[in-house]
Design a protein around this ligand. Structure first.
Ligand code: FAD
Length: 466
């Protein structure tokens, strides 16, 4: 297995559980890929970027359980939003059955007016009655943008900017005008409409790297091996069949099956040039564009925030996570560590770290009065220029299946065909699908992929009847 991100780890753990002896090579000194944490030169533990999961991410949940990490994720069912005028609104579930369970808090949500809410309710109904698959959200292979779909469904500009954009840009790491409508609609169907617990936000209470401690154990218990700082520099192919992988130190490693779980822009460089250019599954990968995410880490000399996390509706900063609180406290007089996230952060790519920190501080001081008096002790910015593949209209046609066109080579990664956007859930789905494909080929088929949460309440009935 090449790559120890969530795709490689989930495939490795599944295969080890099925009795396979797995050798996993990871280039970096730690596991977790993009969803990991590391120690800064000043000794501070930081996540590569804050990662969150949702109640509807059934495969990630299953993976955390298998590796003993489920207890390190805490779920929150109250989502708090704030605007720059200082108004705050919360969304939480009520006793009503889905899809109406969030309706009471939505009805009293102060950051939207009745025209916005009426338009949003109309679009939500179109999603529900189609079971999350409205016919007008697709246009053959080319797809329709989320923005076009919303305009077609009569959304006000405020509803688009203060509601749809706020939820979807951070969920999908892309602007609405560049997002395939079916991805955007899927977020609302799976997380907010079809089930009661799909929208619950799961946040790790430890640095991300600590979630993978159980993976190595699961692999080694079955006689496998995890090699860190062990980059693979090439995949040797003869007559469309993989013969081995070359390590960076020149050693050749051979196996019965090979799994490449590296990012989509790394894979072609590992293959012989004629294979990378000649096989459409590899040659088409360059069509998958990527989008950036910027994480801003700020340490204050005192407590400035009392919520565990906050979503900002009319600011560059999209999410603010109170890391001190999420990690289990810390005395308020010891200061507070906040992590801010800006997805699809195209506008920040050219801006300096100092400019980004200044911009975020100004926005924070508008919504958190205590931050106005507080001193910033230190701050750092982590720009991930190619954070995720962009869920552009029609991008699914470029996502290859986990069984590659080469004999004995399988693929995993959030970018392979999973029908999910680039998320931890998508990565784990790809890992499970790759493990299933390998086991089927070896004549010992086994299932790992978990089903979606079933639609509940009126969502189940309406989706069937309309
Ligand atoms: C800033 C940021 C924020 C995000 N926030 C969220 C979020 O809140 N929620 C969410 O669900 N998702 C989020 N994501 C997306 C999520 O992190 C990814 O979808 C997921 O982690 C991808 O896993 P992967 O295994 O497919 O790829 P990766 O994590 O990229 O793993 C690939 C691995 O391959 C290794 N590798 C590369 N080349 C070689 C080589 N030659 N030899 C050996 N190893 C190699 C890499 O070092 C890496 O460990 C975020 C991503 C980013 C970047």
């Amino acid at each position: 297995m090449i790559g120890g991100g969530l795709a490689g780890l989930s495939a490795a753990v599944a295969l080890a559980e099925a009795g396979c002896r797995v050798r996993l090579f990871e280039k970096r000194p730690f596991l977790g890929g993009r969803a990991t944490s590391y120690v800064l030169p000043d000794g501070e533990h930081v996540d590569n970027c804050q990662h969150v999961t949702l109640g509807c991410c059934t495969n990630l949940d299953d993976f955390y359980r298998r590796v003993g990490a489920a207890g390190k994720i805490r779920f929150y069912d109250r989502l708090v939003f704030a605007d720059s005028a200082g108004r705050v609104g919360a969304i939480r579930s009520s006793f009503l059955p889905p899809p109406l369970h969030l309706a009471p808090s939505f009805a009293t949500f102060p950051l939207l007016d009745w025209r916005d809410k009426h338009a949003i309710a109309h679009a939500m109904f179109a999603i529900v009655r189609s079971g999350g698959r409205p016919k007008d959200a697709s246009n053959g292979a080319d797809g329709v943008t989320m923005l076009d779909w919303l305009r077609r469904h009569g959304q006000t500009e405020r509803a688009i900017h203060r509601f749809w954009e706020v939820v979807l840009v951070s969920a999908l790491d892309e602007e609405l005008g560049r997002t395939d409508a079916h991805y955007g609609i899927d977020v609302f169907w799976k997380a907010f409409l079809s089930t009661r617990r799909g929208y619950r936000l799961g946040i790790p209470c430890v640095p991300l790297g600590e979630l993978y401690d159980g993976c190595r154990k699961a692999i080694e218990q079955k006689g496998g091996e995890v090699a860190l700082r062990a980059g693979i520099r090439g995949i040797r192919v003869t007559h469309a069949r993989v013969e081995g992988v070359e390590r960076e130190d020149g050693m050749l490693d051979t196996a019965d099956y090979y799994l490449a779980a590296v990012p989509q822009d790394v894979l072609p460089a590992l293959l012989p040039a004629e294979v990378a250019a000649g096989e459409p599954a590899f040659a088409n990968l360059h069509h998958l564009r990527t989008s950036p995410i910027t994480g801003v880490h700020l340490w204050f000399d005192r407590a400035v925030m009392s919520e565990p996390f906050l979503t900002l509706v009319d600011a560059t900063t999209q999410w603010v996570f109170n890391k001190t609180m999420l990690y289990g406290g810390g005395a308020p007089d010891k200061g507070q560590y906040l992590q801010l996230v800006i997805s699809a952060s195209y506008a920040l790519v050219q801006r300096s770290r100092q400019e980004i920190i200044a911009l975020c501080l100004e926005e924070l001081r508008r919504v958190l009065p205590a931050a106005r008096e507080a001193q910033l002790v230190k701050g750092t910015v982590i720009k991930e220029m190619s954070a995720t593949f962009s869920p552009e209209p029609g991008c699914d046609r470029w996502r290859p299946s986990q069984k590659s066109p080469l004999a004995r080579l399988y693929l995993a990664g959030d970018w392979t065909a999973t029908a999910w956007p680039a998320t931890m859930e998508g990565a784990v789905r790809s890992g499970y699908l790759a493990a299933e494909a390998i086991l089927a080929e070896s004549g010992e088929p086994r299932k790992f992929l978990q089903p979606d949460l079933p639609a509940e309440g009126l969502a189940r009935i309406w989706a069937r009847e309309f």
